[in-house]
Design a protein around this ligand. Structure first.
Ligand SMILES: [Zn+2]
Length: 425
């Protein structure tokens, strides 16, 4: 007899492509059955889903999770000043132990606020992979390559990426995959951008890059290359359905056509774009043009937390006020961005509650004042809920959070350690 890990989520309100009352049976890492006739006899572990909203785990498609260590650094500065004077000098002092700690803290925060998958670009990524292994989350990890147009640096950056692929791709029961992640067109040489694409293609990996984040970037690239950032990247042949372009704030109509034709995914980061005053991404236009757009938090020092529930609300509100039209970004569109569009961008079989999908599922408590009454569960999730309403988190069929308690991370220990060591930076 094979040993199986069965979980039944009984009598719950499920939001995915629609809203329904039912029960969910998870066997090992997969959603096996969704039916209101499932009973307690069908599973060893039963979770009572009454008074809970059950939905796919949220997918954060652009993060630098170890930046939790830099929470509160460089508030209220422009992107260039923030990077040059605040962030990069501190990041120069990072080491493997600190990245591990910052990643672990981030995972405690992400699990407690309902994120099951994140797409990260940073340094010492083997350490983040180790934290993913222990926390039970799912992640796409890329080493953030920056050569600042120096040929020797380009070669060494590519080597680090190759090493990460070798050490971490398809590890932790396949919960970790590796992406190739050149930082941005203004920090990477053309050769590095092209060689990164070759490396990604060689191993069939995603290509994660910041593009068109600020007006200054667009001006600089236009002056230097005679074209806009996405036109430039398209002309050097690095855009494809494997591209995850973070930000895409200043995308022109012509660039929109390129994104559609090349099936590029865009990761929208509303908090970061607002805090750094980068601008408002044309999310409604992306959706109207059938461009896959998902949501990210970006790093903590430009947010300053990792709560995807607040990112959903901000995504919707920002489009409504920008277009002076409350009808744009209806709740289901926003919900899809934080769930199945994210899975599409990352090429993962998750982001939706459906038989055969990976069991990445969260339960949100509704018996709190700000969630009462539940007239429309989807409306409450997008506009009323807080990340801290998340009660239960299941990733890859394993319970990571139960009754709001972390099962895989010692929360108080990691908080204490980060408080002791973050100021080394
Ligand atoms: Zn970023």
């Amino acid at each position: 007899m094979t040993e199986t890990n069965n979980i039944l989520i009984k009598d719950t309100t499920i939001i995915s492509d629609d809203i329904k009352k039912s029960s969910i049976l998870i066997v090992d890492d997969t959603i096996q059955e969704i039916s209101s006739s499932l009973t307690e006899k069908d599973a060893e572990n039963v979770i009572d889903g009454t008074n809970k909203i059950t939905m796919p785990g949220l997918i954060n498609t652009h993060s630098h999770v170890a930046m939790t260590l830099l929470r509160g650094v460089g508030d209220d500065q422009s992107l260039q000043t923030w990077l040059n004077d605040y962030i990069w000098p501190k990041e120069a002092k990072l080491n493997d132990e600190l990245v591990y700690l910052g990643s672990k803290l981030a995972m405690a925060e992400m699990i407690k606020t309902g994120t099951t998958t994140f797409n990260d670009m940073y340094f010492y990524m083997e350490e983040t992979a180790k934290a993913v292994d222990e926390s039970g989350m799912r992640a796409v990890l890329g080493y953030g390559m920056i050569d600042l147009f120096d040929e020797e640096k380009m070669k060494s950056e590519l080597k680090v990426s190759e090493q990460l692929i070798k050490n971490c791709h398809m590890t932790c029961e396949d919960r970790v995959t590796v992406a190739v992640a050149p930082h941005a067109p203004y920090t990477c040489s053309e050769e590095l951008l092209i060689k990164s694409k070759e490396l990604a293609d060689k191993h069939d990996l995603k290509y994660h890059i910041h593009v068109s984040e600020t007006k200054q970037e667009v001006n600089d690239i236009s002056k230097d290359k005679g074209k806009t950032p996405f036109e430039y990247l398209n002309d050097i042949g690095v855009l494809s359905s494997d591209t995850i372009a973070a930000h895409g704030v200043w995308t022109t109509q012509d660039e929109m056509k390129i994104l559609k034709e090349k099936e590029v995914s865009v990761a929208h980061n509303p908090s970061s774009n607002m805090k750094l005053a980068s601008g408002i991404a044309p999310v409604n236009e992306y959706l109207k043009n059938d461009i896959n757009v998902s949501i990210g938090t970006d790093g903590v020092s430009s947010n300053n937390n990792l709560d995807m529930f607040s990112e959903m609300k901000l995504t919707a509100f920002l489009q409504k006020v920008n277009l002076l039209d409350p009808r744009v970004l209806p709740t289901q569109d926003t919900f899809n961005m934080a769930t199945k569009n994210g899975a599409n961008a990352l090429g993962l079989n998750t982001g939706i509650i459906e038989v055969g999908k990976l069991a990445d599922i969260i339960l949100v408590d509704t018996l709190v004042p700000h969630m009462t009454p539940v007239r429309n569960a989807l409306s409450n999730i997008i506009y009323s809920s807080l990340g801290t309403d998340v009660d239960t988190v299941i990733c890859n069929g394993k319970i990571l959070l139960e009754n709001k308690e972390l099962l895989t991370i010692n929360e108080q220990e990691i908080i204490q350690e980060v408080n002791e060591r973050a100021f080394e930076l």
